[in-house]
Design a binder for this molecule. Structure first.
Ligand SMILES: Cc1cc2nc3c(=O)[nH]c(=O)nc-3n(C[C@H](O)[C@H](O)[C@H](O)COP(=O)(O)O)c2cc1C
Length: 311
């Protein structure tokens, strides 16, 4: 069997397949369907310092292809996460990556400092898509200088590996990637949801109470691949590809553009147990191609793509 072992920002993972934040509970809720050992790591739902009730309903809508959501980072807050969720999740021996959000730059740093004290947390993923109440309504993910400051604050607060989660809703995602790396990110998760909207013309109503929300699922895969590819050209740090991944073929496509690992999100809603099978399916595809492991596929195909890019 092909070797799926992967090192991501210093973390040793059994395979490069992770759950995407907010689509898999905190991981622990899904353990009966997806054994912890079948995944490289669990990524928690976004945790914020204070509890959040989230946005008004309706806040999720299934489109012809994928979801529109505006959950609004509903969560019980960091205290409850540290007291209840983290010990329960750690008891499964899964590798745990905690995704954090904040509404000021300081909130990100405070959350990171508190997670830094906990051995159960292997790494921190910083969700930069939260609205920036410090300096306006735009999310932290859209301005390079702001993104860099958030990452620098988190960097100063923890010695754990930190991943910056980028948004595709920008003109130059490579500039945000460079800024996050300069701020001290050890890796980048690319990408969060694409801004979208749905309407029910018969009832003359938007599909989401917030009108505009985040679009995800198989239809966004080409956008995510493009973002990963552009980011790969701009920075050296590892990339975790995310967006529309639903099969082993999809996983290998993201490795081919230079990702070190991937996250699976919306597809968990249609077949939650699929995540548990993906590793073996990736192995079988690598075996069929005579490739020894995931590093081989990344190096071989990434170099070929780079040559096409330069030609
Ligand atoms: C219902 C739902 C909730 C989500 N919640 C979060 C969240 O709390 N934090 C976060 O960083 N991303 C969140 N996301 C974004 C996903 O983690 C992922 O980046 C995005 O959906 C693209 O991947 P996919 O096409 O595989 O779903 C959420 C996505 C969905 C569909």
């Amino acid at each position: 069997m092909a070797n799926l072992r992967t090192v991501l920002a210093g973390l040793e993972l059994v395979n490069p397949i992770l759950s995407a934040s907010g689509t898999f509970g905190h991981g622990v809720e899904m353990r009966h369907m997806v054994p912890p050992g079948s995944l490289g790591a669990w990524v928690s739902k976004t945790v914020t310092l204070s509890p959040r009730g989230g946005n008004p309903m309706p806040r999720i809508h299934e489109t012809e292809a994928g979801f529109l959501n505006s959950i609004g980072l509903e969560n019980r807050g960091l205290d409850a996460y540290l007291a209840d969720t983290l010990p329960e999740a750690a008891a499964t021996h899964a590798v745990l990556i905690t995704n954090i959000g904040g509404h000021t730059e300081e909130e990100f740093a405070v959350a990171a400092a508190r997670l830094d004290e906990r051995d159960e947390v292997a790494a921190i993923e910083v969700n930069l898509s939260c609205p920036n109440v410090d300096g306006g309504k735009l999310p932290y993910s859209t301005d390079p200088a702001t993104a860099e400051r958030v990452m620098a604050g988190v960097r100063a607060a923890t010695s754990k590996p930190i991943l910056a989660k980028l948004s595709p809703n920008v003109t130059r995602i490579d500039e945000i990637a460079v800024a996050c790396a300069a701020g001290g990110a050890d890796g980048l998760t690319v990408m969060n949801t694409v801004l979208g909207m749905g309407v029910d013309w018969r009832r003359a109503r938007p599909r989401l109470a917030t009108v505009v929300g985040g679009y995800s699922g198989i239809a966004v895969k080409p956008i995510a691949l493009r973002c990963c590819w552009q980011v790969r050209q701009a920075v050296e740090i590892p990339i975790v590809g995310c967006g529309g991944i639903a099969s082993a073929e999809d996983v290998l496509e993201f490795l081919a553009v230079g990702c070190t690992a991937v996250q699976v999100g919306t597809s968990n809603f249609s077949d939650p147990a699929r995540l548990a099978r993906l590793g073996d399916e990736v192995s079988a595809l690598l075996d069929a191609e005579g490739l020894a492991g995931v590093d081989a596929v990344r190096d071989r195909l990434h170099h070929q793509l780079a040559a096409v890019h330069k030609a």
